[in-house]
Design a protein around this ligand. Structure first.
Ligand SMILES: [Zn+2]
Length: 240
């Protein structure tokens, strides 16, 4: 049993993720914001497309889905949301089991960036496809949910195994590094991560996937109750 995962860069900084269960030859794509790069990837690997998984309704995550469904006869899974009604063939709920061939996992509702945002977790090897909920060293903007909802979503993600690989919807790590360092300047793990990120980006390489362990050590949004960060933010507030 084996799941291979590859990034397909789309637009200027999005990633669609290609999942392939090597035992059964089943393939899924997470968040196809456009169709051409996905078709090129699938042709190159000689794969068909069985499933499309959507994390949320934003155009840069869904716009290739209908064309790909028509071309490959794939089924689209996604959260219950009126704005996805014409696209989604199979609605998934929080904690509902999902499978790609012999690779098993479940959906994880993570409201915040949008109210119906859904992440997808596969357990072997542990991998989380978190769309625009969590980025490396940062998180998605609150378009619809409350800060409390997003914090609760982070809490859910934080309980996954630490070795879980984190596959985000955008390459925002370098841009997020400034804020992370600003609020957490004494964090050595963060300094090391920023050095690594700068090196990867200077070679044009992705900084993803990250791991949950790495994010728990470096991402200020997962480290929100951290005493050093709170102290730093309080000092800043007092200066106004
Ligand atoms: Zn989004």
């Amino acid at each position: 049993m084996s799941l291979t995962i590859n990034a397909i860069p789309i637009f200027s900084d999005n990633y669609a993720w290609a999942l392939h269960d090597t035992t059964t030859n089943k393939t899924a794509i997470i968040d196809p914001g456009e169709d051409h790069p996905i078709r090129t990837y699938l042709d190159m690997h000689g794969h068909k497309l069985d499933f499309i998984l959507l994390t949320h309704h934003h155009a840069d995550h869904i716009n290739g889905a209908d064309t790909l469904r028509q071309h490959y006869g794939a089924r689209i899974l996604g959260p219950r949301d009126q704005r996805l009604q014409s696209l989604v063939d199979c609605i998934v709920q929080d904690r509902e089991p999902i499978s790609l061939g012999e690779s098993k996992g479940y959906a994880l509702a993570t409201p915040g960036h949008t109210l119906s945002h859904m992440c997808y977790y596969f357990s072997s090897p542990p991998a989380l496809f978190c769309g625009d909920t969590l980025f490396s060293l940062g998180c998605g903007r609150l378009f619809e949910g409350t800060a409390e909802q997003l914090y609760e979503s982070f809490r859910k993600i934080s309980t996954l195994p630490p070795q879980t690989k984190i596959y985000c919807g955008h390459e925002y790590t370098l841009a997020n590094a400034d804020f992370a360092f600003h609020v957490d300047p004494t964090n050595h793990a963060l300094k090391e991560r920023i050095t690594q990120v700068r090196s990867l980006r200077s070679k044009g390489q992705p900084t993803l996937p990250s791991t949950l362990e790495q994010e728990l050590a470096t991402n200020p949004f997962l480290r929100a109750p951290n005493a050093q960060i709170l102290k730093h933010l309080r000092q800043e507030k007092d200066t106004f």
